[in-house]
Write a protein that binds this ligand. Sequence first.
Ligand code: SF4
Ligand code: SF4
Length: 333
Amino acid sequence: MFVYNEKFVSKKEGHYYSCPWIEHGLVFFSYKLAMCCHCGHEGSSQAVIRNNYIGQKIDWDRIFKIKDMFRKFHKKGKINKGCVSCPYLKEAKWDSERYIDNLYISHFTNCNSKCIYCFAAKHPEDFAKERLYQVLPIIKEMYEKSILRPGGIISFGGGEPTLLDEFEDIVTYLLDNYFWGIRAHTSGIIYSPALARAINEIRGYVVVSVDSGSRETFKKIKQISCYDKVRDTIRKYALQTTFLGRYLVSAKFIIIPGINDTIEEIENWLKANYDAGLYTTVLDIEENWYLENKNNIPEHIYKLVDYAKKRAKQLNTNFELYERLQNLMDERK
Ligand code: SF4
Ligand code: SF4
């Protein structure tokens, strides 16, 4: 489970290789508890803490003992096998306290969209599952026992968070208890007043996945006719932003070659974002296509990104590429 590698032996006093998730992270999955959800790199293990988890009482002492064990090995340059190639692993002076401040809530896959690129295409058996347990009582317990502290990131993954029956209550509870760093990726089909409050109070960050600049393309990708509804949700969230919080709402565009990879589509998407009052432009590239084509990327994909970047600058909006696409652009140089 832990492998020794000299390059992970820190020479700096009090430093060792670790990450914010090993130190202070917890992830709720459908059937397990883990330390992290970063499964995009080779050999990822998500650092599982407990399998067959469906809401049973948590033995916190055991969880922190597992984290302490990771720390003990990492201090000696013995790294968890699933973490070795992770970009989040870094050398730092970590505190050794026992608390959680990074939470990832991903114990459901229920969704109101049917994106053609969804992971469900690969694992349909895991898709559209209702949540198996309630997370809010666990969050309350953690907070009351001072296990959960503000300061990190609290994000939602899995399916569509606004479909969770406890979603509004979770976000409201966190806001009422002075948490910040609340993040949600959402289809935008349902408007969440709690998320709107989080944005308004500059404590929430929302990414709405649009992937298109027209109703037709939206329907092709999402397999559902909700373009106008989603655009309306984006406008309502954007209305909550103040000058300081103007980057807290964004509409994401995942480039899907053969479907939305045209200048016209990108231009319409950018203009709609601008008209809605968004100040952030976020682009990514479809994962499955990328994995199949990463050694032979057509020139027009680079040009599309260049165009979006140029237009984002003209519109005075913040330009952001997700990691995969950023790497692709960096490799071109
Ligand atoms: S190093 Fe990476 S894979 Fe390992 S726990 Fe941290 S974020 Fe997860
Ligand atoms: S919104 Fe997310 S979970 Fe839902 S279908 Fe699209 S990719 Fe899948």
